[in-house]
Each structure stands twice: as C-alpha cells, then as structure tokens.
Write a protein that binds this ligand. Sequence first.
Ligand code: FA5
Length: 360
Amino acid sequence: MNAAELKAELTKKIEAANDLGQLDEVRVSALGKKGAITELMKGLGKMSPEDRKTEGAALNVMKDDIAAKLEDRQKTLKKAAMDEKLKSETLDITLEPRPARKGTIHPLTQTMDEMIAIFADMGFSIHDGPDIEDDFHNFTALNFPPKHPAREMQDTFFLPDAEGQDGDAAKRVLRTHTSTCQIRAMMELGAPLRKIVMGRVYRAEAMDTTHSAMFHQIEGMMIDTNTNMGHLKGIMKTFCEKFFGVEDLPVRFRPSFFPFTEPSAEVDIGCSKTRDAIKIGGGNDWLEIGGCGMVHPNVLKNVGIDPEKYQGFAFGMGLERMTMLKYGITDVRSFYDGDTRWNEYYGHDPINKPNLATGV
Ligand code: FA5
C-alpha cells in the first residue's frame, strides 16, 4: 500500500471511530511501534538518498496530518462523551426542596392569629369564657334590665334551666356575644385589666350572605384609673391600620346604644365602594366594623369594681365580617362549608405565622 492509499484508509478509520477506545486502536495501528506509518518510515533507510529526501518529507507531512486528524477526532469524541455524561447527570434545581404543603390555615384562624399579634403588641393578653352561659353573664351583669327589650336586640337561643341552680344562674343561653367575657375577666382578675377574648357566639337569626346563626367575635377591654374615649379611639385606629395594612386609615365613631357601655359608638372605617369592589382606605364611603364604648358604671358595680376609681372601655367586632372585608370573601356561609377547594384558595401558609415585623 503506498502512502496516499494509507492516508486515505487511516483518514476513513479515524472518521469511523465512534469512541476513544476505537480511536486509540487506529492510532496504534498507524503510529504505534509496529504501526503502518512507522513501518513505512523504517523503509526509508533502504532508499537512495534522493528518494529518501522526497519520500521522507512526504511521509512526515502525512504523519503530521494523521496525528492532527487523530487529535481532532479525540477532541470531538471527548466532548461528545462529556455531553452524554452531563445529560445523564442533570440536576433539576427547579424541583421543590420540600414536599408540597398539605392543608392550609383557615382564614378565621388566620384572622385570630393576626388580631392576637396586633393586640399583644399593645399590651393585651387573652382571656376566655364558655359558649354556654347563664343569664347573669350574658344579660344581667351587662346592665340589661329584666324584661327589657334590649334583651331582644340579639335573638337568643335559650337552653333548658340548669338543675340545682336558682335565678339568673339557672337560666342558660348560648352566649349571644363575647361581652360575657368582660364580666368573667373583671370578676376573675379585677382592675386594672387589658384583655381580648375571641370565640363563637350564637343568635337565632336567618342565615344569608352576611348573617350566620353561629359566628365569631372578638371582645377587647381595658380598665384603668384614667382610661377615656380618646384611648379607645387610638386603640381602634391602630388596630384597623395594622389589620388592614393601610396607613392613616380614617376611623370614625358613630353614636349608638349598648346597655353595657355609656357612651356607646359604632366603629366605621373609611373606604371607597364601587359596583363590585370595596377598597379599604381613602374614599367617601364608610364601613361599620363593630361596636364599642366606655364600660357602664353599673357594669363595673356588678363585678365589684369601684366606678369612682376605675373607668374602662370595651369593643367588639365580628371576626367573619372582618375576614370577609380583608380577603374579599363574599358569603359568610362559606366559612363553615368545609369545602377543601375553598380552604385551599382562601387558606394561609401554615409556616408563616402572622407577626408585626413583616405585617399581618
Ligand atoms: C355586640 O355584639 C356587642 N357585644 C359589641 C360590643 C362590645 C359593643 C363591647 C360595645 C362594647 P353587635 O350585635 O353589633 O354588637 O355585633 C358585633 C359584630 O358582630 C357586628 O359588627 C358584626 O360584625 C358581627 N355580627 C353581628 N351579627 C352577626 C351575624 N348574624 N353573623 C355574622 N356576624 C355578625
């Protein structure tokens, strides 16, 4: 085989080598100790000096050419091998580091946690009371006179009288508001006092998009030697601003009536209403969020606190209504449907507990 034929054959073999092993075999067969090119080089010694000169130069050119082709092919095969390796070792960094969250925090629980965070920051701690109350805590101690029409303000679910009890303590009701806990907290702890209470309340009312026969309220109260309406308004304004995340939120008090507060007020916040949205904050409309007032001196007397020495304020808000406003929920009944799709949509991340550092 002459040099030109050998070159053509080796070139073909180099191109046909599919991996580095095959390529090395070609290299050895061409340039190894007994390789075809090496053998041709050995034959130069037998040639005349003139032939050796021309043949030698041509052989060297061919040798360099084959060596360069081998190197090129080696680079190509190495790159292909690396690409293949990278493909099989791909790490998908878009995969979630944790399993997808299962379950969410119910919007009502979220609201309660948010309110706890806000009021705790203003020095309020939590108190509690039972859902089944007696007439004394639900009405009498709260200055609802016997047979007074004010008792009908909140349609009551009455329960059978408690056995072995007399008078107001025997008459049992499902509490109609969390104001019962004003009485419980003041009788248990006396004054001064700064408490919030959250829980279920019950009213014999027809259910519709904004009314439920069972719903939740928050009650707040502060009793001290110099508390006044100004403090109450400051607390309500600070609370609303933090809860709704709106700076300088307009808050107004509208005169109202509750037997257990004097003076009494409804709390409204500023908003703008359009046909299908309510925006909390600036605007010309007002939205009622709850009731409040200075604790009536008769109530303080009923729980053994001297009204000459102590005054206080109390406030109450509906938790469903506050949650609906904040998160754009349109039907109060959906809170209790137990529809997991609703919970998934309106629910909150269990990892992120509300806190004031990041805003509730
Ligand atoms: C009261 O229950 C008073 N105890 C509030 C209070 C506390 C006044 C302390 C003064 C001092 P009212 O009946 O307005 O007030 O209820 C308070 C809130 O409960 C309402 O503003 C509303 O948000 C919510 N609410 C009332 N009825 C329903 C209902 N049927 N379904 C859902 N939320 C309701």
